[in-house]
Design a protein around this ligand. Structure first.
Ligand SMILES: [Zn+2]
Length: 162
């Protein structure tokens, strides 16, 4: 077995996740995986990851959005009296957004795999993918802006009242 056959096996495996290989390729890949522990281990690990990803998008988005909102709201309550701590909120918002961006390639792989499984149009996948990580961040930003406006209103009312 040479270096090329391992590379070929990985390429066939990657392609098999997206579009399904030809019977010949499938047979070759199966034969290679039986003989090659390294490639077998690598493909098994990838399959496990994809399996985990496939189960995640169903339960995570709502939960993630709710948790992000809750975290932002708790922060806002903490800092409602302390002026000038607004920067912390923006750091949290930015961090949650950054996390979304960093996990994007991984999530995208899961989405494209899911799309191949369910035979979904690409535009549906792209939209779903964008919403998956953009929505929690947008909600967080909206919550911050809303709370700021509310705080300003309260402060102004307090000033005119005294
Ligand atoms: Zn191999």
């Amino acid at each position: 077995m040479n270096e090329d056959s391992h590379k070929h096996a990985q390429q066939l495996f990657a392609r098999s996740l997206i579009e399904g290989p030809s019977p010949d390729d499938r047979a070759w890949l199966d034969a290679h995986l039986r003989e090659c522990a390294d490639c077998a281990q690598q493909t098994a690990a990838t399959q496990e990851l994809l399996h985990a990803l496939r189960n995640v998008p169903v339960s995570v988005p709502g939960d993630l959005a709710a948790r992000t909102q809750l975290r932002v709201r708790l922060r806002l309550q903490e800092s409602a009296q302390a002026a000038g701590s607004g920067a912390i909120l923006w750091i949290i918002t930015a961090a949650s957004w950054l996390l979304g961006v960093l996990s994007a390639p991984l999530v995208w792989r899961g989405f494209s795999w899911l799309g191949a499984e369910l035979d979904l149009p690409k535009v549906v996948l792209e939209l779903g993918f964008v919403l998956w990580w953009a929505v929690p961040a947008l909600i967080a930003v909206a919550a911050v802006l809303h709370q700021r406006a509310a705080n300003n209103g309260t402060r102004m009312r307090g000033r005119t009242g005294s």
